[in-house]
Ligand binder design. Structure first.
Ligand code: F6R
Length: 366
C-alpha cells in the first residue's frame, strides 16, 4: 500500500505532482483564462460584499492560512486575518454577516476548528471550508467550500495536504479577485497558467531528493535548527521548522529573516544550522545579508534558491535550486525540499516518520 516507498510520508511527498493536478482539475478553465470554484460562484454576493476574512486553522493548516492571508490580501484586496482556531473560539470575536470565516482542515475533524466555525455561524458569519476528507464534520458544518482533493493522507506529518491547501487558497484568491474586479484579465491568465504548471514544477523539484538525502547525514545529531524566510516564505519557514520538530524531534524555530537580528541571532554558533529560504524575489538582496550574518558567526547554511542564482551558492554551505516560480506560488515549490529535508534527517536518526511519538493524525479532543 506504500507503493514501493519505505514510508507513507515519502510516498505522499512524491505524489504531489499528481495530487496538485487533481486539485486544480476543472478549476483552472477556459485555457487558463478563468478560475471556477463552485463555492464562490454559488455565493458570489457574499464574496462581493465581504468586509473582511478571518481564516481559522491549527498546525500545518494554520501555516497554509498565513499564506492564504497574503494571497487574499494581495490579489483579492480583502483585509484578512489568521487565527489559531483554539484561540479564536475563546476570544469573544466581533463578527457580522459581512464577515467570511474560512476554516482550513485536512481531516475536517479537528475539534478546535470545528468549534470555531460553529461559533462563527452562530454569530452570523458565512463559513467557507477548505478540507480534504469528503463528508467530514467540518465539511458538513460549513456553508460551502472547496475540497483540496489530494487523496487520503496517512503519514501523520502533513505534506500533500499542505500544498493542496495553498493551491486552493491561490485559486480562491483569484476567483474572488475575478468577481470583485481587483485583477486584470492579463494577470489572471498569467497566474492561472502558473498554477497549471505547478505539477511539472513539483516533479522537477523532487529531483533534489538525492542531494538532500546526502546532506542530511551532516545534520542528524544537531540539536537545534533555525529556519528563515520572508514575505510569502515566512510561513514556509514556520512549516519547515514544524516538519522537522514533528518527525525528527530536533528543536527548530521559524522566523521572518529580518527578525533574526532582534534576538535569534544570539543562538547562532557552529552547532546551530540555518535553513534560509531565498528564492529570487524583491527582497533577495536583504536575505543575502542575513546569510552573511549567519556565516560570520560560524553557523552553517542550507539555502533554497532559484535556479541560476550565482551569489548564494558562493556563501552557503549547501544550496538547493528550485525552478523559477511566481513569488505568490513559491511556498508550494519551496515546501518540497523542506519536506524532504525533515524526512531524511528523521529517517537517519531512526525515527518513526509515519507515526511520530505523541502525535495523532487528527486531533479530535481539545
Ligand atoms: C502537522 C500536522 C498537524 C495538523 C493539525 C491540523 O504536520 O499534521 O499540525 O496540521 O493538527 O489538522 P487538520 O488540518 O486535520 O485540521
Amino acid at each position: 500500500e506504500k507503493g514501493g516507498y519505505p514510508h507513507f510520508m515519502l510516498k505522499e511527498i512524491y505524489e504531489q505532482p499528481n495530487t496538485i493536478f487533481d486539485c486544480i482539475r476543472g478549476r483552472v478553465v477556459n485555457n487558463a483564462t478563468e478560475i471556477k470554484l463552485s463555492g464562490v460562484i454559488d455565493h458570489s454576493d457574499r464574496f462581493i460584499n465581504a468586509r473582511r476574512i478571518i481564516i481559522v486553522a491549527c498546525g500545518t493548516s494554520w501555516h497554509a492560512a498565513l499564506i492564504g492571508q497574503r494571497l487574499l490580501q494581495d490579489i483579492a484586496r480583502i483585509p484578512t486575518s489568521v487565527e489559531y482556531a483554539s484561540e479564536f473560539r475563546y476570544s469573544n470575536p466581533v463578527l457580522t454577516s459581512d464577515d467570511i470565516v474560512i476554516a482550513i482542515s485536512q481531516s475536517g475533524e479537528t475539534a478546535d476548528t470545528l468549534a470555531a466555525i460553529k461559533l462563527a455561524r452562530e454569530n452570523g458569519a458565512f463559513v467557507y471550508g477548505v478540507c480534504n476528507v469528503v463528508g467530514s464534520s467540518i465539511a458538513r458544518e460549513t456553508d460551502t467550500g472547496t475540497y483540496i482533493h489530494v487523496g487520503p493522507e496517512i503519514g501523520v506529518a502533513s505534506t500533500k495536504a499542505f500544498t493542496g491547501q495553498v493551491t486552493v487558497l491561490a485559486m480562491l484568491a483569484l476567483a474572488v479577485a475575478q468577481l470583485r474586479g481587483t485583477i486584470s484579465q492579463e494577470k489572471l491568465s498569467e497566474f492561472s497558467r502558473s498554477i497549471e504548471q505547478l505539477p511539472s514544477l513539483i516533479k522537477e523539484t523532487l529531483k533534489l531528493n538525492d542531494a538532500i538525502e546526502k546532506l542530511s547525514s551532516t545534520y542528524t545529531y544537531v540539536r537545534n535548527f533555525l529556519y528563515l524566510g520572508r514575505g510569502y516564505n515566512y510561513p514556509s519557514a514556520l512549516e519547515g521548522a514544524l516538519k522537522l520538530k514533528e518527525i525528527s524531534y530536533i528543536h527548530a524555530e521559524g522566523y521572518p529573516a529580518a527578525e533574526m537580528k532582534h534576538g535569534p541571532i544570539a543562538l547562532i554558533d557552529r552547532e546551530m544550522p540555518t535553513v534560509v529560504i531565498a528564492p529570487s524575489d524583491e527582497l533577495h538582496e536583504k536575505i543575502i545579508s542575513n546569510i552573511q550574518q549567519v556565516k560570520a558567526r560560524g553557523g552553517s547554511v542550507i539555502a533554497i534558491v532559484t535556479r541560476g542564482d550565482t551569489t548564494i551558492p558562493e556563501i552557503a554551505d549547501h544550496t538547493l535550486e528550485i525552478p523559477p516560480v511566481p513569488e505568490a506560488l513559491s511556498p508550494i515549490i519551496v515546501s518540497i525540499p523542506l519536506q524532504l529535508l525533515a524526512y531524511h534527517i528523521a529517517v537517519m536518526k531512526g525515527c518513526n516518520v509515519d507515526m511520530p511519538r505523541n502525535l495523532a493524525k487528527s486531533v479530535t479532543v481539545e
